[in-house]
Design a protein around this ligand. Sequence first.
Ligand code: DGI
Ligand code: FE
Ligand code: FE
Length: 402
Amino acid sequence: MSGVKGQRVALFGGTFDPIHNGHIVLARELAARLQLDRVILMPTFVPPHKIKAQMAPAIDRVEMCRLACAPYPELTVSELEVNRRGASFTVLTLEELHCQLPQAELFLFVGADMFLTLGTWHRFADIAKLATICAVPRDDVPTAALRSYAEELAAVGARCVIEEIATPRISSTDIRERACAGQSLDGLVPAAVAAYIEARQVYAAERTYQSADEQYVEILRGRLTPKRFRHSLAVADQAVHLAELYGADKEKAYTAGLLHDILKDTDGDSQLQIFKDFDILLDAVEQQAPKLWHAHAGAVFLEHILGVHDTDILQAVRYHTTGRAGMTLPEIVLYLADFTSADRDYPDVEVMRELSERDMDAAMLYALEYTVKDLEEQGRPVHPDTLACLNEYRERVGGANG
Ligand code: DGI
Ligand code: FE
Ligand code: FE
């Protein structure tokens, strides 16, 4: 392998729903032929309107890729596109890879059918500058078709390589159908992927749940980016820990933690639609601050769409971003859990964690001061509920000290 300097790195994007042996053979064979140091498998974001029944959540597609690539050091998996909310243009991903690996020589694998449309891709000229494009013929798109299109692209400065590689003919659609019908996936996907599909019931037509929380986890898996999904699980765990410490209800804390960001990865228009549907008028600051919507819209969604009726949970979600005057214990538990969960890594997180272990009021004051300072520095409006909450804690903590 060459050193970091001259690394040859390929981007291999796809829905990978699921990844199968054909993908693996292709990635490894291309790596060998093109003498690549690394192939980055990049599961793509699937926009909500394109998600079909039976499609696996992004985090499962990522996990299956990880399992499939684990035996092969030259194959790695990136969450870049699925953690970026919304559709990604290939050129943006290549630019990001170029920033991360400025010395690397980049390659881009594209499917044979997609290759024939390359000239129309967003900022194609930049793609061509950033990467050498590789395509592999298939039955329906023969070598000759690829080569003649490659010549056209070469005329506008693109570097293309066409490699004839025989890959097993496997279809992800077929795999999903077989999995759903409980048939064997032997020979189609690596054994570790088959075991994952079976254990997690990734493509099952219907699932039964042991508890409401278990069902919520599955709903979140489908709605959130992998990063946000892991955050939600971490907040739920931290909420249980703080509930124990402060003497709050642990089960409610867990559920509120799981669900608090349920709409965080939902686009703004859909959140506004929820406010409309339930006749909710936004106040002046909310109108200017889309980042506040997920808490308010989330609580409405939980109540009216998921059928969560526990007021403690609904209020905790509703106020988890702004706080408010007179916060209840379950609200405080979630508010602080969101600041101190295991996945958080802002500069002061250790101070926050230590305070929340020791002194609930001081922790609230610290978190609120931190938030308001941050918002002011960014020139963003502070919500009146946040200010009212901050003032309350200033008096309470100041009063206790003085
Ligand atoms: O959803 P999380 O990222 O886990 O955390 P969060 O719900 O506390 O959201 C944090 C975002 O909300 C962050 O970008 C700051 C913003 N925010 C919090 N309080 C206020 C606020 N934005 C405005 N404009 N006003 C506030 O009072
Ligand atoms: Fe949030
Ligand atoms: Fe959160």
